[in-house]
Design a protein around this ligand. Sequence first.
Ligand code: SAM
Ligand code: SF4
Length: 328
Amino acid sequence: MPRDRFGREIDYLRISLIDHCNLRCVYCMPLTGATFLPSADLLAANEIEIVARAAVAVGFRRIRLTGGEPTLRADLIEIVERIARIPALADLALTTNGILLPRLAPALVAAGLRRVNVHCDTLDPERLARVMRLGSFAEIWAGILAAEEAGLTPIKLNAVVVRGYNDADVVALAALTRARDWHVRFIELMPLGVGEPAEVSRQKYVPSAETRAHIETALGPLAALPIVDAADEARNYRLADGRGTIGFISPVSEPYCGTCNRMRLTADGRFHLCLLNDDELDVRAALRRGGEAAVAEVLLAAVLAKPVGHRLSAGHTIEHREMFQLGG
Ligand code: SAM
Ligand code: SF4
């Protein structure tokens, strides 16, 4: 398994397939005026497979497909098929807003996908329309149920907590774990880029401690679960009568850079070394020049160049990428 300069084992690759999205979450994408990569700049399905194979060859074991909205890639099923058949890959998952899952879930399972994380910020249709914009709660909920029915389990729900938008709704989301064995995870806002979403992320930030206190006041104490995977970015809990779990992802209030195991690939073929820094290495040129072996070389260089962590508390800003270009 590749190790970086700080002794961290890096074995998890998050691949952004596309920067387009069918939603416009207030903290991720501006309602109008976002510019997108021309399709000619996106890595093709066979190129994504080559990067995935190179990653597994150097010791990566987990891959997650993300976006933008990965289900907007017309060749998503082919991409999943190509990656799922790589021997020695231990985990292949997808992060999505769920809207297209009723149509895609069975084919994704047949192609070899194991799990999905579905992004749903609130169970309240009006507030969901205000925070996630363009989509509806009914569509996302149908997507979650379709994923569960197709066997893309355990279901993980991701909710970003945004003051004045959905901070009152964390209780109803957490209460889902009483009857269902779902993992509901609350994510702190991170400011990426220089536009309106970054401003929202700064202004409407809610620390996880506050979200947790809110849930405990309404639903009773949360019991901390043992840490099974040191690289899991969530701190996980359970309600006394809970079947599922409740997690808090707190990159701002409790940075977990010390156990980071991730590398990111952008849709236009750059290794992005740390979500909250701008450093990148171009892999597309190497891929087109030298195939899998050249990609492996760039990937190992990328691992060695990974920054020690983010510097948000020192006021550092991420200038060259927005969240929808990196995929969380
Ligand atoms: N469209 C898919 C989705 O929404 O799940 C995949 C891409 S999205 C960028 C991946 C994750 O990033 C989502 O779970 C979303 O909640 C999270 N996210 C987006 N903008 C964020 C921000 N400013 N701070 C924290 N999380 C954010
Ligand atoms: Fe789209 Fe996901 Fe960003 Fe929301 S968080 S705008 S669903 S990419």
